[in-house]
Design a protein around this ligand. Structure first.
Ligand SMILES: [Zn+2]
Length: 435
């Protein structure tokens, strides 16, 4: 029996799905306007691991996992204006990068990846229903959700009204009846991405996207709704309000699961603070995706995870040890101790320490539940040999450049390229990645 911590109940509860043959999980996905950082990668890895556990327990075809792509957003519009390109150029580029980066971390693509721009009609339909029910109103081309119309508002974040108003960082907007009301639809001026509606040409707010797409793909109530801790308020609180009010009070999700932050020093890693490290950079430095995945799973998912070079080095050393212990044995039986650790609210630190006591096929099969030891031991250690060889060639090339032997430098670069190794010269020296 899996037990999961439910943010709404503030406790661990036995995970009993509505329909064990069709378990539904929705995780808020990326807003695609820039490269994902390692903090963004944490929910992708955590919920990928939860998906593996659910499939192990209930059957490979038991789970439908949806992760949305927010491809209409003010930050995307700003990025497209800055580059002078259509928003789709930005969103397609960064969605591709996101899938590459997460793929490198062993994150399987979700079963469904709904895109906001493809699902405007269900959003408009839900907004119309909210207006009919008296939970939303139109004002100056905007449609707003009326927070005071929902007596349950605040159940997830447990904030009082004052905190909610402060926490929502509410902009002064004369069209709002109440300062805590939030936008469901907003007008798009000429030249900005938008869709025709009975409220004029405009675009959806972010929160309505998830409520409408969950309804469209899954129905009224899902088993698991996931995301980072920072989404509890206002995003998930608003999702709950919209969905409950549109569905006559039915709950949106049976389990609300939230992962903690990745910290840099004393601060949360975030784009706005400018203290980010991206998987792309770490991979370019020669770290491998499995190392980053293990580092991300080394703390319990609800705890903060301080990101340091030591953490990454330890993860690499652990993998070396595990690969040696697994050898080239074919996968055997999954260890009950590892399983029990994961069943207990995805206790990955305990599961990892159990793995350290295993060897051979049992280790291989148990590690697969965490998405680890995916390559053969030979390939893993070959990777180290290859990396050392590439580093040596890079040093040789730097030497050639220093001696102004550019023909030799170019030849080394071309030879590496033929082997699928791409060199990138930057201010800090030359980094490399596999093609
Ligand atoms: Zn969402």
């Amino acid at each position: 029996m899996i037990r999961l911590h439910d943010t709404l109940a503030r406790e661990k509860r036995p995970f009993v799905p509505l329909n064990p043959q069709r378990i539904t999980m929705y995780v808020c996905g990326p807003t695609v306007y820039g490269r994902a950082h390692i903090g963004n990668a944490r929910p992708a890895v955590v919920f990928d691991t939860l998906a593996r556990l659910i499939r192990h327990e209930f059957g490979q075809n038991s789970l439908i996992y949806a992760r949305n792509v927010t491809d209409v957003d003010d930050k995307i519009i700003a990025a497209s204006e800055k580059e002078g390109v259509d928003p789709s150029v930005i969103t397609e580029r960064y969605e591709r990068h996101y899938l590459e980066d997460m793929g490198a971390l062993g994150v399987a693509p979700p079963d469904i990846a709904p895109h906001a721009t493809q699902e405007i009609a269900p959003m408009v339909a839900m907004i119309e229903r909210l207006i009919e029910h008296g939970n939303a109103y139109e004002a100056q081309g905007h449609v707003l959700f009326s927070v005071p119309s929902d007596p349950n508002y605040g159940i997830l974040s447990k904030r009082d009204r004052e905190q909610m108003i402060a926490g929502a960082r509410v902009e002064v907007a004369p069209y709002k009846r109440d300062p805590s009301d939030f936008v469901l639809w907003k007008p798009s001026p000429e030249g900005v991405i938008g869709w025709d509606s009975r409220w004029g040409r405009g675009r959806p707010g972010w929160h309505i996207e998830c409520s409408a797409m969950i309804e469209r793909h899954f129905g009224e109530t899902i088993d698991v709704h996931g995301g980072g801790l920072d989404l509890i308020f206002p995003h998930h609180e608003n999702e709950i309000a919209q969905s409950r009010c549109a569905h006559g009070g039915l709950p949106l999700a049976r389990f609300w699961v939230h992962n903690g932050f990745v910290d840099m020093g004393a601060e949360k890693m975030s784009k706005s603070l400018g203290n980010i490290v991206t998987p792309a950079e770490l991979l370019a430095q020669g770290h491998r995706g499995q190392t980053l995945r293990l580092a991300l799973l080394s703390a319990h998912y609800r705890q903060p995870l301080p990101w340091t070079e030591t953490l990454v080095a330890q993860a690499k050393a652990t993998l070396d040890r595990l690969y040696r212990a697994a050898g080239d044995a074919p996968p055997g039986d999954v260890d009950e101790g590892v399983l029990d650790a994961l069943r207990d609210d995805l206790n990955t630190p305990l599961a990892l320490s159990r793995l350290s006591a295993l060897e051979g096929g049992s280790l291989k099969a148990s590690a697969a539940l965490l998405g680890l030891l995916a390559s053969s031991a030979d390939d893993w250690f070959q990777g180290d040999t290859d990396a050392a060889a590439v580093e040596a060639r890079i040093a040789e090339r730097a030497e050639a450049k220093k001696n102004r032997d550019f023909a030799a430098a170019d030849r080394i670069r071309d030879e590496l390229k033929a082997d699928g190794i791409i060199l990138e010269d930057g201010p800090g020296g030359t980094s490399w990645r596999r093609e």
